[in-house]
Ligand binder design. Structure first.
Ligand code: R5P
Length: 287
């Protein structure tokens, strides 16, 4: 079995090649003077099972994935699995008004053209998987995030909205503490409000867990509310740390004690590796 790492997911691919005992294929990925992309698989992968690992964010990484898939197909691989640590465009998962593209579906359809199977991590909504026309499944980073948070004396795991309640519940069972959720109302893509809700957080160490931190608005508003209610330390953790614009500044200004994400999108806050979650999932499917 060969693993091919795209530019966005080189470390995850290297980690997977070790845990799955597969060969990391050599590639040439470079840009022409006009900035168009060139990809080439240097190893002979003809007749082999190949796993391509590539986060589809930001946009150039999507084109790179398409070219890698094409190169692997052209090279005669037996089976192509695409592992997408972070599936970008997942949040436009329906038409919110007429005339819009269902972006998640558009990208999923194109990825399905040159693959036999797709695996992703904590998709924004589970039904996104149905947009692929090939078998698609997901694993969760929550157990690994929770294992990391276990060292921080957490009293309560909170979801910033009801949609993330399952993540909080799952994490709390590993940390061995309580869980609850906050009430969020999204006004537009940049503005949200967190409705006050009485939580038993006085002097407690709290971690707020979500699938994505983008602008940090959801987390910053949640921290504000928890501070008002007398929480002690407040950590924020997520699977996919996009940290758009001034997200980090907003989080620390709100009084955050620590920011933790996985390396589905690599940053200095990637304290938790995603490869163990993905390799366990792949191995469990092969049994
Ligand atoms: C939305 O439902 C997601 O789970 C996240 O809460 C959201 O994407 C976070 O966005 P932001 O950081 O911009 O508030």
């Amino acid at each position: 079995m060969y693993i091919i790492g795209g530019t966005a997911s080189k470390t995850v691919a290297e980690d997977l090649s070790k845990s799955l005992d597969a060969t990391l294929a050599r590639t040439i990925i470079k840009r022409f003077p006009d900035n168009e992309l060139y990809v080439c698989i240097s190893d002979d992968i003809s007749g082999e099972d190949v796993i391509i690992v590539q986060t589809t964010y930001p946009d150039p990484n999507i084109v790179e994935l398409f070219l890698l898939q094409d190169a692997v197909k052209e090279a005669g691989a037996k089976r192509i699995t695409v592992v997408i640590p972070y599936f970008g465009y997942g949040r436009q998962d329906k038409k919110f008004k007429n005339g819009e593209s269902i972006s998640a579906k558009a990208i999923a359809k194109l990825i399905s053209l040159n693959a036999d199977e797709v695996i992703t991590v904590d998709p924004h909504k589970e039904h996104i998987l149905d947009f692929f026309s090939i078998p698609a499944s997901s694993c969760s980073a929550v157990p690994e995030l929770a294992k990391y948070m276990k060292k921080k004396n957490i009293d309560l795991v909170l979801a910033p909205d009801k949609g993330a309640l399952n993540l909080a519940k799952q994490a709390s069972s590993i940390i061995n503490c309580d869980f609850d959720y906050m009430e969020k109302n999204r006004i537009n893509d940049k503005t949200i409000e967190i409705k006050p809700k009485n939580l038993d957080v006085h002097n407690k160490n709290v971690t707020i867990i979500d699938d994505i931190i983008s602008t940090g608005g959801t987390m910053a508003k949640s921290i504000d509310e928890l501070k008002k209610q007398g929480a002690n330390k407040i950590f924020v953790e997520c699977t996919h740390g996009l940290f758009a614009g001034e997200a980090i500044k907003h989080l620390y200004s709100a009084g955050c004690s620590g920011i933790i994400s996985t390396d589905t999108i690599k940053s200095e806050y990637s304290k938790v590796k995603i490869a163990p979650s993905i390799s366990q999932w792949i191995e469990s499917k092969q049994v």
